[in-house]
Ligand binder design. Structure first.
Ligand code: ADP
Length: 355
C-alpha cells in the first residue's frame, strides 16, 4: 500500500518561489493604478502578456492595495503537497492529472477537441482532501496557487468582493499557469435568492464574466477549481461552467488504513494488525479530518492518566497508545457528516458528477 509523507510546507520549493524565476511574474509594485481605467498589470519580458484590461467602475485607489493583498494573502506560498501525500482518491488524481497537469506540460497536444477544461468542481463531504488535491495540482503543475475562501469574500471584503474578483483574475493571468481555488464556492454562487443583495449579485456576475474571459482566451492557462460540500445549492450558470465535477468521497477502508498508519507514525503504540483492522472497520464514515481529530484525542489519553506526574515524567516513560484509547476517543470524536447528507451527495454525484 502507498505511504503518506509529511505535508509540512516547504517554502523553498513552494509554487510561488518556483514562479519567481518566470519572467512573467508581476510583483505588486509593478502595478500602476489609473484612476480612470483601473489597474494595469504590466509584465516584463519579451513575450510576456501585457494586461491592461480596463476595470470598469472600479473607482481606482484601492487596486494597488488589492493586488498586494492578493499577492500576500491569497497567493498560497506553501502548497508543496505531492500526490503521494494524499491517501486514496486515485480516480480524482487521475482526472486532475489529465485535466490540469498534462495540458500545462504538453500544450501542443491539448488543443482543439483536447482543449483542457478551465473550470472544475471538487465536491464531497468536508475534510476529505479537496484542498489538499487543489494544492497538489498547483504544485505538480508548478502553477501559482490562489487560495480563496469564498465566505471571506462576502464577509471580509464586503462591497469590495467584486473588485477583488476582477483583480484576482488579472493577477492570475499575469502569473500563469495559475490555479484559482475557491473553497466553499456555494457561499457566493448559490441559487438562494431570498436574502441575496445587490452586492452579492454583482459579485456573482463579475465572477462569471471573469471566468468566461479566461475560457475564451485559449492562450490563458488559468484553471478555476471550486470546492463545496453543498453542490446541490450551486447556481446553474456556475455549474454549466464547472464542466468537470469530481466527487471526493469519504475515505474507504484502504484509505482509512493508510491515514491511520500515517497518523501513528512517530508515536509509541502497541496495536497489532488485527486491532488496526478493527479500527479501520469501526471508523467507517469518518472523514480524513475526523480521523486526524480521533488520533489526536486518543494520543491524549496516556497523558491525562498522568495527573500531577505530568510535570516530572520522562517522555519515554509515557505509556504506549493502545486500542482502548481509540475506542474511548470514538465516544468523543464522531463522524462529522450525517448519513442523510452523505446519501444526498451520492445522489448528486450520480446525476451531475463526472466520475
Ligand atoms: P476539504 O475536503 O474540506 O478541503 P482538506 O483537504 O482541507 O479537506 O483536508 C483537511 C485535513 O484532513 C488535511 O489537512 C489532512 O490532514 C486530512 N485529510 C483529509 N483527507 C485526506 C487524504 N485523502 N489524505 C491525507 N490527508 C487527508
Amino acid at each position: 500500500s502507498s505511504e503518506i509523507k509529511s505535508t509540512s510546507p516547504k517554502l523553498e520549493t513552494g509554487v510561488v518561489s518556483s514562479s519567481v524565476s518566470r519572467p512573467r511574474k508581476v510583483a505588486a509594485q509593478k502595478v500602476s493604478v489609473n484612476s480612470r481605467t483601473g489597474p494595469s498589470l504590466r509584465s516584463q519580458g519579451n513575450n510576456a502578456p501585457t494586461l491592461q484590461k480596463p476595470a470598469q467602475g472600479s473607482g481606482g485607489g484601492h487596486d494597488a492595495k488589492l493586488v498586494e493583498m492578493i499577492s500576500s494573502v491569497i497567493v498560497d506560498r506553501s502548497p508543496s503537497v505531492k500526490w503521494d501525500d494524499i491517501a486514496g482518491l486515485e480516480m480524482a488524481k487521475q482526472a486532475l492529472t489529465e485535466m490540469v497537469i498534462l495540458p500545462t506540460k504538453r500544450r501542443d497536444l491539448f488543443t482543439g477537441l483536447r482543449k483542457p477544461a478551465k473550470g472544475l468542481l471538487l465536491f464531497g463531504p468536508p475534510g476529505t482532501g479537496k484542498t489538499l488535491l487543489a494544492k497538489a495540482v498547483a504544485s505538480e503543475s508548478e502553477a501559482t496557487f490562489f487560495n480563496v475562501s469564498a465566505s471571506s469574500l462576502t464577509s471580509k471584503w464586503v462591497g469590495e468582493g467584486e473588485k477583488l474578483v476582477r483583480t484576482l483574475f488579472q493577477v492570475a493571468i499575469s502569473r500563469q499557469p495559475s490555479v484559482i481555488f475557491i473553497d466553499e464556492i456555494d457561499s457566493i454562487m448559490s441559487t438562494r435568492t431570498e436574502n441575496e443583495n445587490e452586492a452579492s449579485r454583482r459579485l456573482k456576475s463579475e465572477f462569471l464574466v471573469q471566468f468566461d474571459g479566461v475560457t475564451s482566451n485559449s492562450g490563458d492557462l488559468v484553471t478555476v477549481i471550486g470546492a463545496t460540500n453543498k453542490p446541490q445549492e450551486l447556481d446553474d450558470a456556475v455549474l454549466r461552467r464547472l464542466v468537470k465535477r469530481i466527487y471526493i468521497p469519504l475515505p474507504d477502508a484502504n484509505a482509512r488504513r493508510v491515514l491511520l498508519k500515517h497518523k501513528l507514525k512517530g508515536q509509541a503504540f502497541s496495536l497489532p494488525d488485527i486491532e488496526v483492522e478493527r479500527l479501520v472497520a469501526e471508523t467507517d464514515g469518518y472523514s480524513g479530518s475526523d480521523l486526524q481529530a480521533l488520533c489526536e484525542e486518543a494520543a491524549m489519553m496516556p497523558i491525562r492518566e498522568l495527573g500531577a506526574d505530568i510535570l516530572t515524567v520522562q517522555a519515554n516513560q509515557v505509556r504506549r497508545l493502545r486500542y482502548g484509547d481509540f475506542q474511548k476517543a470514538m465516544t468523543v470524536i464522531k463522524p462529522s457528516l450525517q448519513r442523510s447528507k452523505w446519501a444526498e451527495l451520492e445522489r448528486w454525484n450520480r446525476e451531475f458528477g463526472s466520475n
